[in-house]
Every structure is written in C-alpha cells, then in structure tokens.
Design a protein around this ligand. Structure first.
Ligand code: PLP
Ligand code: COI
Length: 362
C-alpha cells in the first residue's frame, strides 16, 4: 500500500471502542490523541530510515537534544475528513509537504521526500482510521512534526533528526464554533521580523506569540493580530491564522508579506473567490486602512482562516486606543458562503473540481 515499509508495533493498550466513542462524542480541539504515532529517523550519514508505527506515547530524548535548547523544530497542521461513504480524505497534502520542506530549508533541517510525507499520513490512518469522526464539522487533526534530536550543546544544525506524525479528533477550534471572534491588536510585540522565520512553521514563532496571546485573553479576545515589525503599520497575521478583508465592491484583500505563513486555507479560499469573479489582491494593507474602511463602510467583512479555524468571521479588532467593528457583529455573507464551499469540498458534499482531495484509507 505504501512505498515505505513501516515496522508496526501495535498499541496493546489501545482505547476500547466505547472509550473511543466517548471521546469522539465530545472531542474538543484535539484534547485526546489516537492510539498510534508514526516516526521516521534521519541522520546525516544514513538519510531517512527506520519508518515505524508505534503506540502513541512519550518520546525518550537526551536532555542535550538540540531541539530542547535551540528550538530547531518544524511542524504542519492538516485534517482528515470522513465522507458519507465512510472513506477518509485529506486536503491538499502535497501543499503541506512542500511547506514542510520550505520550513525545513529555513530551519536547517533535512527535507522529507513528498512521498514519505504522504506515506506517513496513510500509515497512521491504516491503524487509526476508527478515530476519524463521522459527525458533521468534526475531523481528525493531523500534526506532522520534525525536530533536532542529536545531543550536543554547540550551536549548529543537528546531524540526527526525528519526524513524527500524531493525530487527534477535533471539533471547532474556537469555543463558539463559527461565531465571530474578537481579535486583539498587538502593538508592542512582533511575531517575526525581516529575514527571520515568520514564513516557516516553526515552534519559535508560536513561542514568540504567546505573551501577546495572553494580552489578547486578558482583553477578552480569542486571537492576536500582529503588525509588521519595521513600521508597526501593516497587517501580518494572527497567532495561528491568516487574515482576509472583504470590500463593499466584492473585492478581497489579504496581506502580502514575506514574514507570514503562506496558509493553504487562505490560498484555497482566495482561489474559490476568484472563480466566483471576485477580485483578489495580495498587497500590504495597513491597520489604518482597516480602521477607516470599516468606519466608512468600504470594508464590510473580515475573516480569519487556517486549517484549525477553517474560516472564522472576525467581529471586532480591539486595540489599546480604538476598536474596529463590534463583538456582536453578524457573520459576513461572503465569509460564510466561502466557508460552506470549502467545507463542502472537504467533506465530499461538493465535487472536487480542483483535485484537492487525497484519499488516505486506500
Ligand atoms: N498562520 C499561522 C501562524 C498558522 O499557524 C496557520 C495555521 O496553520 C495559518 C496561518 C494558516 O495556514 P493553513 O491554512 O495552511 O493551515
Ligand atoms: C493550524 O491551523 O493547523 C495551526 O497550526 C494553528 C493552530 C492554531 C492550531
């Protein structure tokens, strides 16, 4: 079935069907993990080797493992969807594979051949298929990640690396489902800088976002919006999602910056919008433009998008000295219809005319 020959060590303490069903009935956002994980080793001399499927559980690491000290780590986030006929599919995994490798290059980690990436997803589903929820709007969130495991304290790229895939059932990322969220504008902290790692999916970017995310919580917001680190003027992205603005003439604008993560959800949504005839522009967009546009009626909708959040309307942006929009704003019409179109494709309710879906259980 797969190109790589995975050694299988099945989990003898796997959850019983009734334990699993109880979790699937109320999964939260990956509050629980499946019974297995996949790992593949890499060394400078041996390349990628020893692909394994094993019980989900703690990883043994030397205390000097480079990842624990210098954060040489990257990850991906994707979802598996169960279609009405029971089959299991994921969305644009080739794009995630390419992005993982772009992150690997930036973080001086080895690239993983795309077919190994696809094989690793199929390998996990081959043992944990029962964990893919069949309820509407639920999915199995899949987290591939790679880190430096060589033990040494000098600062250099590690010569031993591990790649893992773990997964867990997921309902909606935000507690309110698709209700509009409030976003806190971080005016003090930047997420990423010029020439930095902002475009890579690496742990350090998220570590850098946490203090600002705490500010967001303290101000009653669910996510934080970062601005560019040079002028503190242009929109970048949220802690874990991209941002898109909709204008009253139907045109759509999203920030262009080389320090944000190139989101696969955003890319797909914008393609769907273009196919409907909307003009889509990727350009620098300032917080003042958003503020003024929302006030004078030029900007009529805003949404956050990402694998975890899918497409979530933004009700308001709160800053220290001003607010854009309001917490009880209605979800935007275009926002919701693009969300519907995307999820219909993902869940197999609408024909996949783009060749975006990839079957994992066959
Ligand atoms: N930006 C950040 C910082 C993210 O963590 C994510 C989520 O993965 C995204 C954007 C959206 O990316 P994608 O749509 O590929 O999930
Ligand atoms: C994702 O959407 O996959 C992410 O990595 C973001 C995080 C908020 C879960």
């Amino acid at each position: 079935m797969t190109g790589l020959d995975f050694h299988r060590h099945l989990n003898l303490q796997a959850k019983s069907p009734s334990e699993r069903d109880a979790i699937l009935a109320n999964p939260g956002f990956v509050d629980h993990f499946t019974d297995h994980m996949v790992d593949i080793c890499w060394s400078e001399t041996g390349g990628w080797h020893r692909p394994r499927i094993q019980a989900y559980g703690p990883i043994e690491l030397d205390p000097a493992a480079a990842v624990l000290h210098y954060g040489q780590e990257i990850f991906e986030g994707m979802k598996a969807f169960r279609h009405a006929d029971g089959s299991i599919w994921t969305f644009r995994p080739d794009a995630n594979a390419r992005r993982l490798n772009a992150s690997a290059v930036r973080m001086a980690l080895p690239e993983l051949p795309v077919e190994y990436f696809l094989d690793s997803l199929k390998a996990l589903i081959s043992v944990d298929a029962e964990w893919v929820p069949s309820s509407p709007d639920m999915s199995l969130y899949i987290r591939p990640f790679m880190f430096a495991k060589e033990a040494f304290l000098g600062v250099r790229p590690a010569k031993k690396v591990a790649y893992y895939v773990i997964a867990g059932p997921a309902g909606s990322y935000f507690k309110g489902g698709v209700a509009p969220v409030s976003i806190w504008l971080s005016e003090h902290y930047s997420r990423a800088g010029k020439g930095g790692t902002g475009a890579a999916k690496t742990g350090g970017n998220y570590a850098a976002s946490l203090v600002a995310q705490n500010e967001a919580y303290a101000n009653g917001c669910q996510q934080v919006l970062f601005l560019d680190s040079v002028e503190g003027k242009y929109l970048e992205e949220l802690g874990g999602m991209n941002v898109v603005l909709v204008y009253k003439d139907g045109s759509i604008v999203t920030p262009l910056s080389d320090s944000i993560l190139p989101g696969i959800t955003r890319d797909s949504i914008l393609q769907l919008a273009e196919e409907r005839g909307h003009t889509v522009t990727r350009r620098p967009v300032s917080i003042d433009e958003w503020r003024e546009g929302a006030a004078n009626g030029d900007i009529v909708e805003a949404f956050a998008c990402g694998t975890a959040a899918v497409v979530t309307p933004i009700g308001q942006v709160k800053a220290k000295d001003f607010t854009i929009g309001s917490a009880d704003a209605e979800p935007g019409e275009l926002t919701m219809s693009l969300r519907q179109e995307l999820t219909d494709i993902q869940y197999g309710r609408r024909e996949d005319t783009h060749g975006w879906m990839y079957r994992l259980d066959a």
